[in-house]
Design a protein around this ligand. Sequence first.
Ligand SMILES: [Zn+2]
Length: 161
Amino acid sequence: MLSPAALAERDGPACWLCGNDVDPGAPRGAREAGSVDHVVPRARGGGDEDANLRLAHRVCNSRRGSRLPELDWPADVPVVDHAEIWPVVRRAVRRPGEWEVVGVVVGDDGRRQAQDWLGRAVPEVLGGAWEVQARELGPGLTSLALRTTTPRTLGTRRRRR
Ligand SMILES: [Zn+2]
């Protein structure tokens, strides 16, 4: 599993929960020291994959516990066939670079609205880099998919055996 130091190098030295810097010189065990946080908590089925790990202060990490951040479709987005977002995100985090379908929307405005919301909310809540893909299914119907492109999970620095 990646260390706090490796996460600081990958994503920058900030806590992904509060946004403040993590002091690499802080004594281990100190509240302000860096720790490894699971985006999808282990208690909720998250694993140790690189894309599921973020740098967080110990104090922020333990305050968060195994709660999942809020991530639900807004009521005004016209999603006709929507997947629950967390299970989709969990699969996407497990398989970086692979598209996971998250819903089907109606109309051009709907597509734009849903695409904008996903493109903003998902990286905000989850950190890391995300892409949203729209694929036309038929007249006025678009399927939307998500994937994470968080660096180092796409094979650029994969360890060799
Ligand atoms: Zn913090």
